[in-house]
Design a protein. Structure first.
Length: 159
Protein backbone atom coordinates (compact mmCIF):
# COMPACT_ATOMS: atom_id res chain seq x y z
CA UNK A 1 0.00 0.00 0.00
CA UNK A 2 2.84 2.35 0.87
CA UNK A 3 4.46 1.57 -2.47
CA UNK A 4 1.26 2.38 -4.35
CA UNK A 5 1.10 5.77 -2.63
CA UNK A 6 4.77 6.35 -3.49
CA UNK A 7 4.13 5.49 -7.15
CA UNK A 8 1.19 7.91 -7.30
CA UNK A 9 3.21 10.70 -5.68
CA UNK A 10 6.27 10.14 -7.90
CA UNK A 11 5.33 8.70 -11.32
CA UNK A 12 8.93 9.06 -12.54
CA UNK A 13 10.28 6.65 -9.92
CA UNK A 14 13.27 4.75 -11.30
CA UNK A 15 13.57 0.97 -10.84
CA UNK A 16 16.57 1.45 -8.58
CA UNK A 17 14.70 3.94 -6.40
CA UNK A 18 11.67 1.56 -6.38
CA UNK A 19 13.92 -1.27 -5.13
CA UNK A 20 15.26 0.95 -2.36
CA UNK A 21 11.71 1.84 -1.34
CA UNK A 22 10.89 -1.89 -1.21
CA UNK A 23 13.92 -2.52 0.99
CA UNK A 24 12.88 0.37 3.20
CA UNK A 25 9.43 -1.06 3.98
CA UNK A 26 10.41 -4.77 4.00
CA UNK A 27 11.39 -4.83 7.70
CA UNK A 28 8.04 -3.29 8.67
CA UNK A 29 6.13 -5.85 6.60
CA UNK A 30 8.20 -8.75 7.94
CA UNK A 31 7.83 -7.53 11.53
CA UNK A 32 4.06 -7.22 11.10
CA UNK A 33 3.85 -10.76 9.68
CA UNK A 34 6.04 -12.08 12.50
CA UNK A 35 3.88 -10.45 15.16
CA UNK A 36 0.74 -11.91 13.57
CA UNK A 37 2.29 -15.40 13.52
CA UNK A 38 3.48 -14.97 17.10
CA UNK A 39 -0.02 -14.06 18.32
CA UNK A 40 -1.53 -16.97 16.40
CA UNK A 41 0.99 -19.41 17.90
CA UNK A 42 0.49 -18.00 21.41
CA UNK A 43 -3.27 -18.45 21.03
CA UNK A 44 -2.88 -22.08 19.99
CA UNK A 45 -0.52 -22.74 22.92
CA UNK A 46 -2.94 -21.07 25.34
CA UNK A 47 -5.77 -23.28 24.05
CA UNK A 48 -3.56 -26.38 24.31
CA UNK A 49 -2.55 -25.46 27.87
CA UNK A 50 -6.19 -24.94 28.85
CA UNK A 51 -7.04 -28.38 27.44
CA UNK A 52 -4.18 -29.96 29.41
CA UNK A 53 -5.31 -28.26 32.62
CA UNK A 54 -8.85 -29.59 32.02
CA UNK A 55 -7.50 -33.11 31.38
CA UNK A 56 -5.40 -33.00 34.56
CA UNK A 57 -8.40 -31.84 36.59
CA UNK A 58 -10.55 -34.64 35.14
CA UNK A 59 -7.84 -37.20 35.98
CA UNK A 60 -7.52 -35.78 39.51
CA UNK A 61 -11.29 -36.00 40.05
CA UNK A 62 -11.39 -39.55 38.65
CA UNK A 63 -8.52 -40.52 40.97
CA UNK A 64 -10.32 -39.05 43.96
CA UNK A 65 -13.51 -40.90 43.02
CA UNK A 66 -11.62 -44.17 42.59
CA UNK A 67 -9.91 -43.75 45.96
CA UNK A 68 -13.23 -42.88 47.58
CA UNK A 69 -15.02 -45.85 45.99
CA UNK A 70 -12.15 -48.22 46.77
CA UNK A 71 -11.39 -46.96 50.28
CA UNK A 72 -13.44 -49.68 51.99
CA UNK A 73 -11.75 -52.36 49.93
CA UNK A 74 -8.30 -50.82 50.39
CA UNK A 75 -8.85 -50.64 54.15
CA UNK A 76 -9.83 -54.30 54.15
CA UNK A 77 -6.80 -55.18 52.04
CA UNK A 78 -4.54 -53.25 54.39
CA UNK A 79 -6.00 -55.11 57.35
CA UNK A 80 -5.59 -58.45 55.57
CA UNK A 81 -1.96 -57.69 54.73
CA UNK A 82 -1.30 -56.63 58.32
CA UNK A 83 -2.93 -59.84 59.62
CA UNK A 84 -0.71 -61.91 57.30
CA UNK A 85 2.36 -60.02 58.51
CA UNK A 86 1.31 -60.94 62.06
CA UNK A 87 0.97 -64.61 61.09
CA UNK A 88 4.50 -64.44 59.67
CA UNK A 89 5.70 -62.83 62.93
CA UNK A 90 7.32 -59.89 61.14
CA UNK A 91 8.93 -57.22 63.29
CA UNK A 92 7.79 -53.61 62.92
CA UNK A 93 10.81 -52.81 60.76
CA UNK A 94 10.17 -55.87 58.58
CA UNK A 95 6.51 -54.84 58.19
CA UNK A 96 7.55 -51.39 57.00
CA UNK A 97 10.08 -52.81 54.55
CA UNK A 98 7.57 -55.39 53.28
CA UNK A 99 5.02 -52.64 52.60
CA UNK A 100 7.60 -50.53 50.79
CA UNK A 101 8.56 -53.53 48.65
CA UNK A 102 4.90 -54.29 47.95
CA UNK A 103 4.44 -50.68 46.84
CA UNK A 104 7.20 -51.24 44.30
CA UNK A 105 10.01 -49.21 45.85
CA UNK A 106 13.54 -50.29 45.03
CA UNK A 107 15.95 -51.26 47.79
CA UNK A 108 17.65 -47.89 47.37
CA UNK A 109 14.32 -46.02 47.58
CA UNK A 110 13.22 -48.03 50.63
CA UNK A 111 16.53 -47.25 52.33
CA UNK A 112 16.00 -43.56 51.63
CA UNK A 113 12.44 -43.61 53.00
CA UNK A 114 13.53 -45.43 56.15
CA UNK A 115 16.74 -43.38 56.49
CA UNK A 116 18.86 -46.51 56.63
CA UNK A 117 21.30 -48.37 54.41
CA UNK A 118 20.53 -50.57 51.43
CA UNK A 119 22.29 -53.39 53.25
CA UNK A 120 19.81 -53.11 56.14
CA UNK A 121 16.86 -53.18 53.72
CA UNK A 122 18.28 -56.29 52.01
CA UNK A 123 18.69 -57.97 55.42
CA UNK A 124 15.08 -57.17 56.34
CA UNK A 125 13.92 -58.43 52.95
CA UNK A 126 15.77 -61.75 53.40
CA UNK A 127 14.18 -62.11 56.86
CA UNK A 128 10.72 -61.38 55.41
CA UNK A 129 11.11 -63.93 52.62
CA UNK A 130 12.44 -66.52 55.06
CA UNK A 131 9.63 -66.07 57.59
CA UNK A 132 7.01 -66.10 54.81
CA UNK A 133 8.54 -69.07 53.00
CA UNK A 134 8.77 -67.01 49.80
CA UNK A 135 11.56 -66.82 47.24
CA UNK A 136 11.70 -63.06 46.72
CA UNK A 137 9.94 -59.80 45.96
CA UNK A 138 7.88 -61.20 43.06
CA UNK A 139 6.61 -64.04 45.24
CA UNK A 140 5.75 -61.56 48.02
CA UNK A 141 3.70 -59.45 45.62
CA UNK A 142 2.09 -62.49 44.03
CA UNK A 143 1.12 -63.82 47.48
CA UNK A 144 -1.15 -60.81 48.01
CA UNK A 145 -2.24 -60.19 44.41
CA UNK A 146 -3.11 -63.74 43.35
CA UNK A 147 -6.59 -63.74 44.84
CA UNK A 148 -7.33 -60.10 43.93
CA UNK A 149 -7.01 -60.55 40.19
CA UNK A 150 -9.86 -61.87 38.09
CA UNK A 151 -9.37 -65.41 36.82
CA UNK A 152 -8.12 -65.84 33.26
CA UNK A 153 -10.49 -67.71 30.89
CA UNK A 154 -12.70 -68.84 33.75
CA UNK A 155 -9.83 -70.59 35.59
CA UNK A 156 -9.45 -70.07 39.32
CA UNK A 157 -5.72 -69.41 39.23
CA UNK A 158 -2.80 -68.96 36.90
CA UNK A 159 -1.48 -72.47 37.65
Amino acid sequence: MLLAIELLDEPTLTPARFALELLDIAPTVLLSAGVAILFQTAGRQRDHQAALVRDIEIARLEGEKWRSDASVFLKGLGEAIDAQFSRWNLTEAEREVALLLLKGLSVKEAASVRATTERTIRAHARAIYGKAGLTGRAALSAFFLEDLLAPIDGRDSLA
